[in-house]
Design a protein around this ligand. Structure first.
Ligand code: ATP
Length: 264
């Protein structure tokens, strides 16, 4: 679905991404991990069009999208949920969510339809519709940030550090939403500093260092790679059940794990 080939990009003073190769297959959850400054968020920015690559190719279903404007990339079905603090605290939850439908604002019926869908998927949007976003907990805010990006019904969602600042309950809720979106057919690419959590929910893992991809594979293979385990996971390879995200993403009612074919 999404392919990056030899992508080079930076912020003026030099290249942060130094030839990134990465692929996301349809209906997978890919988690990019790596140390601070590795270029993880920058990868999301070149995909969503916030930053233009200086070299290399980015393709969506084979079509080149590298360097296209963010609104065009949104229209093609890629939506990014930025790192936290992305809501307007003095605006209501519903107003924040409706802002995600800016590109379809002229089609009132479609806007209403999408809001209904989003409310069904994430009940907090209706339950707290009139509350100021600033009054929500961290986990609730993250849900509303995700809800906002769903207004354009994206095929691919980019999430930058969804675990940031969340308590265990918030984490479990966000993990479950990611899992449910994926089960409903959405492809997910997320960046996580919390390696254990990120690889716990993902189907595939990508390890970045110094602006390059060092390792890719199934999430289990990356998690169980001895070097990754010792560098990032405190010594021993984890088993799937170790992660609160893994547990949260497989509540008893679900029949499949992350990435398994939708059951509906
Ligand atoms: N807007 C910007 N202007 C200039 N340099 C930037 C900008 N954003 C990021 N950088 C630099 O680019 C490098 C990679 O940043 P990036 O945010 O992609 O890393 P990361 O792997 O996501 O790490 P972190 O988890 O710390 O955000 C860092 O050295 C950072 O200082």
């Amino acid at each position: 679905m999404l392919q990056l080939k030899a992508v080079v990009a930076g912020y003026g003073g030099g290249s942060v991404l130094q030839g990134v190769d990465l692929e996301c297959a349809e209906r997978t959850i890919t988690c990019v991990v790596g140390p601070n400054g590795a270029g993880k968020s920058t990868v999301l920015r070149v995909i969503s069009g916030l930053l233009a690559p200086t070299q290399g190719e980015i393709r969506l279903d084979g079509e080149p999208i590298g360097g296209r404007a963010p609104d065009e990339i949104l229209r093609r079905g890629i939506a990014q949920v930025p790192q936290s603090h992305a809501l307007f605290p003095a605006m209501s939850v519903q107003e924040n969510v409706l802002m995600g439908g800016y590109l379809i604002r002229k089609d009132r019926r479609l806007l209403r339809e999408r809001l209904d869908q989003v409310e069904q998927r994430l009940p907090i949007v209706a339950d707290r519709a009139r509350d100021h976003a600033g009054n929500l907990s961290g986990g609730q805010r993250r849900m509303v940030e995700i809800a906002r990006c769903l207004m354009l019904d994206p095929r691919l969602i980019l999430l930058d550090e969804p675990s940031l600042g969340l308590d265990p309950r918030g984490l479990a809720g966000v993990a479950e939403v990611i899992h449910e979106l994926n089960q409903a057919g959405t492809t997910v690419l997320l960046v996580e500093q919390n390696v254990r959590l990120g690889l716990g929910i993902a189907t595939h893992g990508v390890v970045m260092e110094g602006g390059r991809v060092r390792l890719t594979g199934t999430a289990a293979a990356v998690r169980d790679n001895p070097e990754i385990a010792s560098l990032y996971l405190g010594g021993s390879p984890t088993k799937a059940g170790d992660s609160p995200w893994t547990n949260a993403s497989r509540p008893p009612s679900h029949t499949g794990g992350p990435g398994s074919p939708p059951t509906a």
